[in-house]
Design a protein around this ligand. Sequence first.
Ligand code: AMP
Ligand code: GLY
Length: 430
Amino acid sequence: MKILIIGGGGREHALAWKIRQSPTVEELFCSPGNAGIAEIADCPPLASSDPDAVADFVARQGIDLTIVGPELPLVQGLADRIIARGRAVFGPTAGAARLEGSKAFAKEFMTRHGIPTARYEIFDDHAAAGKYLARAEYPLVIKADGLAAGKGVFIVQDEQEARDAIHRLMVQKVFSGAGRTVVIEELLRGREASFFAITDGKRVIPLVTSQDYKRVFDGDRGPNTGGMGTYSPALHLDAATVKFVLERIVAPTIHGIAEEGHEYRGVLYVGLMLTEEGPKVLEYNVRFGDPETQVILPRMASDLVPILRAAALGDLSGVRVEWRRERAVCVILASQGYPGNYQKGKKITGLEKFVGRNDLIFFHAGTRSGPGGDLRTAGGRVLGVTALGKTIAEARQKAYETVAGIHFPGMHYRRDIAADAIEPARGDNG
Ligand code: AMP
Ligand code: GLY
């Protein structure tokens, strides 16, 4: 089988690493890829911002399965273009990808289908939003409707902060068109959790749970990032919570989107707040999480390719997914300044010390090959160090011992990934 992965971060390296292990794969492409991916796949420089160019490549090369990593190409209709050329794609069509591409659409969708979420109002008029802010109760959450690379969410404590946020979104247009419409919603309190399920548009296969750390500094301080680390399983998502999420959130989402005439074949990622009233949806994503994928896939015992292919072909019946008992912890190494402006081109050293260890995996994110074949930084998040162990504590210790042996100028990382993971003495199967 010929497979193409779209993207070039740690998530895509994890996908490529897992897919490479499948005996079904003859050729693996990943575009744009990165230095780590280039060791196991061909990385043609396709313009991923041009869905037709990618779809033409798929048709020309006879790619049997395309897996789309990031949300933007999905929202832009890449899956639709590939389907139009008669080829299989793992990733929803543009109509279904609106669950992530438009927060206003997602909120109204949840209302239509009785899916628990924060109470909200939607505004596309600045004056109307202003009137609402005068009579609202605080704190509140203000969100840009469209894609804003995770930066379009403002938690505001009072009316003045709310006015500033609305001004930035609707008048200064800091996220251009993404802030034309805003969602203003109730602040939910509780612990956050992410949940992933693979779907063929009808059936759902849940993945093992994982916990993400979004803030840049220890103790959840500092600005939000794409994710600074993760572990699996997230044991605070107990069996009863998982059952509720599957029955009351994931199933009605998949059935609802099908009922509204959209094809959802891919992975659904639900961002949850576990409130006193039960789990509520904070957001939908229509793709795998990064770095969550870097702990989920190393725990998967099954071959990933038949699973993704069955979902893409619309028939997951008969597919079973087996998981390893081992736990996984991933620590992200980031460039100085991330998530703000950061420098690139720094030399990365130390990886060679760990060659041959099968309990450690280095997932490249922002890396490229430098002159003379050395490894250089090329992004904000540079490397994900994933370690496997019998317990989360053991995996965590191995991950941090490894991190201590890796270096690049300005490298920073959180020291408290999985430190709060509570594991019963005889863990369940997670
Ligand atoms: P989103 O992109 O909608 O997931 O928002 C990004 C982050 O903002 C979430 O991971 C939460 O930490 C926070 N957030 C979003 N909506 C709410 C809400 N209604 N209540 C509390 N926190 C929220
Ligand atoms: N780790 C958060 C995300 O993938 O959006």
